[in-house]
Each structure stands twice: as structure tokens, then as C-alpha cells.
Write a protein that binds this ligand. Structure first.
Ligand SMILES: NC(=O)C1=CN([C@@H]2O[C@H](COP(=O)(O)OP(=O)(O)OC[C@H]3O[C@@H](n4cnc5c(N)ncnc54)[C@H](O)[C@@H]3O)[C@@H](O)[C@H]2O)C=CC1
Ligand SMILES: NCC(=O)COP(=O)(O)O
Length: 323
């Protein structure tokens, strides 16, 4: 049976998502068939599209036009000016995309960026991002966010929370869960045997023996030893400032970090154009570009499709491997 297409959700229609979908289709065409799920009225004028009734029709049309499964929105989309009245439909598109991949009609889900505040204000969206919403739609799956590029993979053990909440939220149970899901994801979706996982300390110099913070001494060193005794190839806690240079990166397959910026700053600095956000732990494959809605350049033609193309390629490869 032919591989079903990747399902690409539209994301925030006033952001760069719609124009990047068309650029990605122009680059990928029939080589990597995907279906864009959204309102065709939100695409740049003159985009070559083909409205289809079912994802299975995508493969035969992807060479000549971007296949579109129509999801009507209440309002037009003005680049850079989000309309709260469209927020509910943005959320519904994600749920519809998940339904398609859960039923096997799509091989994988790739999501264009959403604007979390727009969804909160316009649709009372109760989740801080896709990652948490997808875990909810998958019945409360245990998931982690990984950002991956050729040179580095990072996992923030805590994600979208205030920095002041991190020292409490980042604990032995959360670290253990992140290690388990990362280990399983690296084995299953990245094909790595015995993956090496580096763990960043929370404090400067990983606490420097308790001189600069106590979490490493209080629980991290003990928990990492426990994980090692259970067979996980983990190292740490490592000073976060010296674990991302080239020689250090060669020592591990993924770095687990205590909080969002500790993980995302190195990868976005290294590979903003090619980084991919992948959710590990879901019963389906989900990827996304590493960037956001970029309202400041939406509609100007300046946005690069490189990260979205990398995300579609990763979704397709992982989707195939899982079949
Ligand atoms: N997967 C998702 O749904 C994600 C959503 N976001 C959301 O996006 C919104 C905006 O977030 P920001 O922090 O401003 O990050 P952003 O990634 O949207 O923009 C940061 C800077 O990078 C530039 N930029 C972003 N993508 C680009 C591209 N493809 N080509 C060229 N330049 C690009 C922007 O113009 C801006 O100067 C927030 O609501 C955030 O929560 C952010 C990251 C991922
Ligand atoms: N900073 C990464 C980000 O916001 C992506 O979140 P998600 O929507 O993939 O959960």
C-alpha cells in the first residue's frame, strides 16, 4: 500500500505558516507528498493548490499543485495581524490533523507554528503549546519536546514555565521521565542503539560542589547514578555552558536540559534554519519547524522555508520507519 501523505496543519494563519507551506511544496512537490490542512483563502494569492476530499488523493496531485484539505475559518487572515475570531479554528485544525494520523490516513503530523497568546485569548486554549495539547489528544501520553539538527539534539525537561518555577518543577521524577522517553525515542525514531544522553546541571558550573546551588548535590547526582545502574547511558550533571561546543557535542546523542532556554538557545544559535521540533512519546509522529509565527515578517516573502522543509522531511522519514 502507498505511504499516506504527511499532514501539515496551517498553524496561525496571520503568521508565516501559510506562505511557508507553499514554498515547501514548491521545493518538495511529488518527492514528498503532503496535505495542507487549512483555509485556502489564507494562502498567498495565486498559490498553485488542488483541493482534495481525502488524503489518499494527495500523492497523484502533489507534483502539479499543493494538495489542500479545506478547513474553513470565520475570518480572512491579514499577515502580522492575528484575529482572535480565528483562534478556535486553529485549535480545531490541530485536532483534525491528529485524528487523520491516528486513523492512519496521514503518515505523520507536521504542525506550522501557533501563537500561544492568540489561542489563549481567542479560544481559551488551556495548553502552553502543541506538545502539551498533542499529549492530551493522545489520551494523556507522557511526552518530551526534542529539538534536533544534524549537529545537536536537545530536550528541555521542563518546557513552557516561568524561570522562577523551574527549581521546583525540575525534580527526580521529571528527569527520569525525560531520560526514559528520550532513550526510547532515540532508539525507535532515530535508530540509535544504546543512545548516550548528557544531562545539564541546573546551576552555574553544575553547582560547583554545592558552592553555587544545591540541586545537583541534593538529588541530581544520585538520580543520574540510579539511571546509570538501570542501564541508561547517562552522564552528568554537566555544566551547561561547556557542554555544547563541538568536541563536547561529539560525546552524546542528546542533551537533557533543566529548562526551555538552556536547551533551545544552543540549537537555535547553531541551526535556526534547519532545526526541527519533534515530540517524542506520542503514538504518532509529530514534527514542527523550530521557529514561531514571525508576525514581523509575515507576508513580506522574507521567511525561510528551510526549517519547515526539514520538519516535513523528518516527519516523512520517521513515518515510513514506523510503518
Ligand atoms: N511550534 C510552534 O508552534 C512555535 C510557536 N512559537 C510562537 O511563535 C510566536 C512568536 O515567537 P518568537 O519568539 O517571536 O519567535 P519567532 O521564531 O516567531 O521569531 C523570532 C525571530 O526570528 C525570525 N524568524 C522566525 N522564523 C523565521 C523564518 N522562517 N525565516 C526567517 N526569519 C524567521 C522572526 O522574524 C523574528 O525576528 C510566539 O507566540 C511563540 O509562542 C514559537 C516557536 C515554536
Ligand atoms: N519554544 C518552542 C515552542 O514554543 C514550540 O512549542 P510546541 O508548540 O511545539 O509545543
Amino acid at each position: 500500500m502507498a505511504q499516506p501523505p504527511v499532514i501539515l496543519t496551517c498553524g496561525e494563519p496571520s503568521g508565516i505558516g501559510p506562505e511557508l507551506a507553499v514554498k515547501a511544496w514548491e521545493a518538495l512537490g511529488a518527492r514528498l507528498p503532503f496535505v495542507w490542512l487549512g483555509d485556502p483563502a489564507h494562502l498567498p494569492r495565486g498559490s498553485k493548490i488542488r483541493e482534495i476530499g481525502h488524503p489518499s488523493e494527495a500523492v497523484s496531485h502533489a507534483g502539479s499543485a499543493m494538495p489542500v484539505l479545506v478547513h474553513e475559518f470565520p475570518k480572512a487572515a491579514i499577515p502580522g495581524e492575528p484575529d482572535l475570531d480565528n483562534a478556535r479554528a486553529v485549535v480545531d485544525v490541530i485536532a483534525r490533523g491528529v485524528d487523520l494520523v491516528m486513523r492512519g490516513e496521514g503518515s505523520a503530523l507536521c504542525t506550522a507554528p501557533i501563537n500561544k497568546k492568540v489561542l489563549k485569548d481567542g479560544a481559551s486554549f488551556a495548553f502552553p503549546g502543541h506538545t502539551e495539547y498533542l499529549a492530551h489528544l493522545a489520551g494523556g501520553a507522557d511526552v518530551v519536546m526534542m529539538l534536533a539538527c544534524d549537529e545537536l539534539r536537545v530536550v528541555p525537561a521542563t518546557i513552557h514555565i516561568a524561570l522562577s518555577e523551574v527549581p521546583t518543577a525540575f525534580n527526580a521524577e521529571v528527569l527520569r521521565k525525560a531520560v526514559r522517553i528520550t532513550h526510547n525515542g532515540l532508539s525507535r525514531d532515530f535508530g540509535l542503539e544504546n543512545p548516550q544522553i548528557a544531562i545539564a546541571g541546573l546551576n552555574p558550573h553544575a553547582g560547583e560542589g554545592g558552592a553555587m546551588g544545591s540541586e545537583e548535590q541534593d538529588w541530581m547526582i544520585r538520580e543520574i547514578a540510579n539511571l546509570r545502574a538501570e542501564g541508561y547511558a547517562v552522564s552528568g550533571p554537566l555544566p551547561a555552558d561547556t557542554m555544547f561546543h563541538k568536541a563536547a557535542r561529539a560525546q552524546y546523542d542528546a542533551a537533557i536540559c533543566a529548562y526551555h532556554d538552556q536547551a533551545l538557545i544552543p540549537i537555535k544559535t547553531l541551526a535556526f534554519d534547519s532545526g526541527v521540533n519533534v515530540t517524542l512519546g506520542l503514538p504518532f509522529v509529530r514534527t514542527s519547524p523550530d521557529h514561531g509565527t514571525a508576525f514581523n515578517i509575515a507576508g513580506t516573502g522574507q521567511a525561510s522555508p528551510a526549517s519547515l522543509i526539514a520538519a516535513l522531511e523528518m516527519a516523512d522519514t520517521m513515518g515510513r520507519a514506523r510503518r
